[in-house]
Design a binder for this molecule. Sequence first.
Ligand code: ZN
Length: 476
Amino acid sequence: MRVGALRSIRALCVIVGIALAQSAFAATLTSLDVKHAGGTTALEFDLAGKPDTNVFALDNPARLVADFSDTRKVGAIEAAASKSALIKAVRSGPRNQNDLRVVIDLSHVVTFEVAPIRKIGSDGYRLEVVLEGGGSDEGDPIEAIIRSRENAATEALAKRSSSATTPRASSSTRQPAVTHPRRDIVVVVDAGHGGKDPGAVGPHGVYEKTVVLQMAKRLAAKFNAAPGFKAYLTRDRDVFIPLRGRTRIARDRHADFFVSLHADAARSSSARGSSVFALSQHGATSESARWLAKSENNSDLIGGVGGDLSLDDKDEMLRGVLLDLSMTATINDSLAAGTDVFRQIERVNRIRHGRVEQAGFVVLKSPDIPSLLVETGFITNPSEERLLQQASHQQQLMNAVYAGIRAHFERQPPPDSLLAWQRDQARGGARDEYRVSAGDTLSSIAGRFNVSILALKQANRLSSDVLRVGQILNIP
Ligand SMILES: [Zn+2]
């Protein structure tokens, strides 16, 4: 679609920022409108002031992200979601202190075009984004929608929290108390390769796929023996699973963490040691990480899943600026957990690099789930090949991976988890503050902390039910 065509569908009605109070921000987002025309859906972001903007799309789940520099939001833009079946929800939050990010959750993947920001009225500006393939509210080929993990988590929480889970936020009656869910933290353990893909092969014919499956079972057993954790394996036998299939399993299980186990290969038989990798936004941190990502990602070629690789190409094109909040947070989480795992492995095995490496492994590209890839050792090194088969060595390594991931969650337990509950108990039940995250509602937070919505609103002097992501609430 050409920009010229955009003009023809522009709104006649111009909404100008209503005499906004001067603020420290260069611009304000005053409204978001949705217009339908000619099989397209146009999003009109109206602004007072002219910020720098950046619009990009992400999938799994499908969403469009619009960033506005040095901008604050004053209009209630969330209602735009009701104007198109294509739009599931509109979320927004501050970013990098002064910037504003708006995330449009879409019912399916679309292509889009951004018109240059233009002046409307005396001091207003409009950013127009036209979504194609979503114009008709009826009969669109709706693709299978992967529910966002946040929604799934909220639903799961609601399910666990007995019948008193849908209190109206406006209600002034005290809600019956609900108990803390004390749920298990779900860890998905992925044994790399499998089936027709043996992975690396040692000088004495030991397959990577074999030793990593043994270790994966040990790691899962370790988690399953620990209260507050539940582990699932992506494979429990010698089968081939495409890389994207592995992260899909993690999503289906609503995993809090994903860890993929591998054994390294090198041309030199003297290369040895373990490495820990997290996903990178900006490509690999070292040449060897780049090379490794390439060889591990090739696993999908062996399986003949060419379609999945094009997704990877797109990811590469979008890398860096095109990652949204959840992805950035996930990478930071992954790196933090990676450091914990790294420190533990360091105690039991030689470490190849002095830090957590970052690389673009397809298997780690699940935007919502913190993930690590652990190269347990070099199967191409004869002595490590032998060690990797030893039960005691396998167990030592997996105890270290377990301890690292556990340490991470002890520091930052999900609020509805048993670990969080235990931490709160240890603090004498003091749960003074809570940071709002995406998908939270007043009722879900009230349920989580076993307080009434009214008490929650009073403690925070809330006059409406609207919460901001990142907002800190006092828990009464
Ligand atoms: Zn591997």
